[in-house]
Each structure stands twice: as C-alpha cells, then as structure tokens.
Design a protein around this ligand. Structure first.
Ligand SMILES: N[C@@H](CCC(=O)N[C@@H](CS)C(=O)NCC(=O)O)C(=O)O
Length: 200
C-alpha cells in the first residue's frame, strides 16, 4: 500500500491510523505548493483533484477522501480497535464523528489557508471553528477520547484540530480539547507518524 501525503496535512490522520493498525505502508511525499512528487512527477496525473491523502492499494487502485480511507483502514485493523463492527451503535457513533470532523472542522479551516481571504472572513471562520471546538471540548470533558476509546476519529480530530497551533489560534478556552491533543500526541504510534513526517 502507498500513502501519498504532505507533512501535517489531513493525510496524517490516515498515516496515524495505518501505524496504529500495524499496516505497513510506503509513504510518498507530495509537494502541495507545486503538486509534484520528489521525482518531478505531476501529482495531477495520480490524483485528478490534486489533494492528499491518496491511498494506492496493492492492486494499483487509487482512492481519496480522508474519512473514507480512515474507515477502510479501520476495517483492516486486525484488532478491530480502531473502528467498531458495521451495524453497531458504536460504529454509527464513530462514523458520525468522522463526518463531523470532515465537514465541520477539516473543511472549516479552508479559508484560513488562503492568503487572499479577507480579514473579516477569517474572523467569522475562526468564530465558527471555535463553536465546533466548544462542542469537542464538552464531549472531551466526559471522555478521554471521542468515543470512549482511541479510534480513527481521534486520528482525524488530532490532525485537523492541531492546525490551530500552526495558525496561532489559541485553544486556551478549550482545556479538555488541549489536554486531549497532548494525550493523542503522546501515543507511541502517533509519535512515530510525526517523526516520519519530519514533525517531531
Ligand atoms: N475532500 C478531501 C480534501 C482533502 C484536502 O483538503 N487535502 C488538502 C490537505 S489537508 C490538500 O491536499 N490540499 C492541496 C490541494 O487541494 O491542492 C478529503 O476529505 O480527503
């Protein structure tokens, strides 16, 4: 299996999940500024949308969308710990968190990455993200992880909420969320993934 990634991007969630599941993967670095690989290959020839993550299976098929890839990796986890069995209430809860993170948080950051976003739009974007961080904080006041035990949803939340640091957004009003990020960051497989992406 090959994972096309960029350090610290949403692809890191899939990277963490693969390591937590003990699934070996070849990492292929994508320069998202140029959309080129290290050997000069135009990434658009691999991923028509040009974004990461992209998972290439051993049969050569290529797949995108972080939340779908996380479910795939969760299903492959031999211990079953990363994603509950299909058809269970616990599965519904975990997939619900994946959707929440994808739509309310991951994509909620988008205007903040663009240099041409007006300051007023950045302000409302940050306010909207803070409302969702408050939701996470409330959940994490009652539980060490989003669903009660580490799952693919935590790999995803850790990755995208972590962008707040890069953007100098304070999480001081969300102490449970801050403590959670610290706990996830200390997991041995997360440390491995951060190191492999040159971020530790
Ligand atoms: N819908 C995709 C979006 C992935 C995405 O936004 N990837 C970002 C990095 S976090 C990216 O590659 N951006 C560069 C680009 O779109 O050119 C998913 O959920 O996986």
């Amino acid at each position: 299996m090959k994972l096309y990634y960029s350090p610290g991007a949403c692809s890191m969630a899939v990277h963490i999940a693969l390591r937590e599941a003990g699934i070996p993967v070849d990492l292929v670095l994508v320069d998202l500024a140029t959309h080129k690989l290290a050997d000069g290959t135009d990434y658009y020839t691999i991923s028509p949308c040009g974004y990461v993550p992209l998972l290439e299976l051993d049969d050569g098929s290529r797949h995108t969308e972080a939340s779908a890839l996380l479910q795939y990796v969760g299903d492959l986890d031999p211990t079953g710990a990363l994603l509950p069995r299909a058809g269970t209430r616990e599965r519904l809860e975990t997939v619900g968190w994946l959707a929440f993170i994808a739509t309310e948080i991951h994509k909620g950051f988008s205007p903040l990455w663009r240099s041409d976003t007006p300051a007023s739009v950045k302000e409302t974007t940050i306010a909207a993200l803070n409302r969702r961080f408050a939701d996470l904080d409330a959940r994490l006041a009652k539980s060490e992880t989003l669903t009660g035990k580490f799952s693919v949803a935590d790999a995803y939340a850790f990755t995208v909420v972590g962008w707040s640091r890069l953007l100098s957004m304070s999480l001081a009003s969300f102490p449970n969320l801050e403590a959670y990020l610290g706990r996830i960051a200390a997991r041995p497989k997360v440390v491995e993934a951060l190191k492999a992406e040159g971020l530790a």
